[in-house]
Design a protein around this ligand. Structure first.
Ligand code: ADP
Ligand code: MG
Length: 322
């Protein structure tokens, strides 16, 4: 059972950033308004995610670490849930199989539990006192799977993957205060006051925030809202384009391309915009294909959305010249 757990774990947990993503999504699912992430050594030696969410009741703790156990109802029309469908109830079990995990949790301010999982087994659960919410501490990732450990890149690379995923989740949740700490250094903190522009500023800095232009528009099927940075502020990679569909960060090549097309000749070769674009739509128009953790989605009526994005961006930038 242990070996099969480790194999299954490898599909969900590829690297430290996958652990961070799963734990942060769990915190959001638990209605947290504050999420604090701390990592050491690119997450390889330590990942801690603390939230002020619902917490987990004592009796539910063994279940939380069991494979295919989930407390979440799958409606099939909720995109957020569709995104985790491929491994529902697998994240904690998978992490527990390939790392040393400690969880403290409480459903109230006061009495709660501390649980320890090693090699996939719940080896300890005892009463402890802490504020409402949950803290997961993940140590020595892949300590028992040397093959996987070998694939890890440098601390800096793993850290940048972590920062990238936390950035984008935070960009999609301006109502939640996120803090990302590398060892003792705070990489960024958002205030969680619902102010989207301020959230972008907290993550990308003031020079980007000052160059932001709002875009907004809709078609029959899609509602688009977001911020694009003026072409003076560009980056050497596409990583500063964030697309959110119904609040969830996704990757979609055609949408990126449509955005870049909207900038037209204003972008120099090899330069890419900074942009955060949220799309709201009927979840039935989203196709979650390929591997679920890859976050790539296909859209029905994609052309309708790509031309809207190109048009909105082009119109906004065109106005700027006048
Ligand atoms: P899933 O999220 O697909 O349900 P997970 O393995 O990620 O599966 O989590 C298992 C269960 O543990 C969740 O369904 C939830 O009930 C509980 N859980 C995990 N993390 C948290 C958290 N931070 N706060 C509250 N409950 C949590
Ligand atoms: Mg989960």
């Amino acid at each position: 059972a242990q070996v099969s757990n480790q194999i299954a774990a490898g599909e969900v947990i590829e690297r430290p950033a996958s652990v961070v993503k799963e734990l942060v999504e769990n915190a959001l699912d638990a209605h947290a308004t504050q999420v604090r992430i701390r990592v050491k050594d690119g997450g390889m030696s330590l990942i801690t995610v603390s939230d002020n969410g619902d917490g987990i009741a004592s009796d539910d703790i063994p279940l939380a670490f069991a494979r295919h156990a989930t407390s979440k109802i799958m409606t099939g029309t909720d995109l957020f849930k569709i995104g985790t469908l491929g491994f529902r109830g697998e994240a904690l079990a998978s992490i527990g199989a390939v790392a040393k995990v400690t969880m403290t949790t409480s459903t109230q301010n006061g009495l709660g539990d501390t649980a320890v999982v090693e090699g996939g087994d719940l080896v300890k659960q005892e009463k402890s006192s802490q504020p409402k919410g949950t803290t997961l501490t993940v140590r020595d990732l892949f300590y028992n799977t040397p093959a996987r450990l070998k694939y890890m890149k440098s601390v800096q690379t793993e850290l940048s993957h972590i920062a990238d995923i936390v950035d984008r989740i935070a960009l999609g949740h301006p109502d939640v205060a996120f803090t990302l700490v590398n060892d003792t250094k705070t990489m960024f903190a958002t205030v969680g006051n619902k102010d989207w522009r301020q959230t972008i500023a907290s993550i990308y800095g003031n020079s980007v925030a000052q160059a932001l232009l709002p875009i907004k528009g809709d078609t029959l099927d899609y509602r688009v809202q977001g911020y694009i940075a003026k072409p003076e502020v560009t980056r050497a990679s596409r990583n500063f384009i964030s697309l959110l569909i119904n609040g969830r960060y996704i990757k979609n090549y055609a949408l990126n391309k449509a955005l870049i097309e909207g900038y037209g000749t204003k972008l120099m070769v090899g330069r890419y915009p900074v942009a955060v674009i949220a799309v709201h739509m009927d979840p039935l128009l989203v196709d979650v294909n390929v591997h679920p953790t890859k976050q790539e989605v296909r859209l029905s009526k994609e052309n309708e959305l790509t031309s809207l994005i190109t048009k909105l961006v082009g119109a906004e930038l065109g106005q700027q010249r006048l």
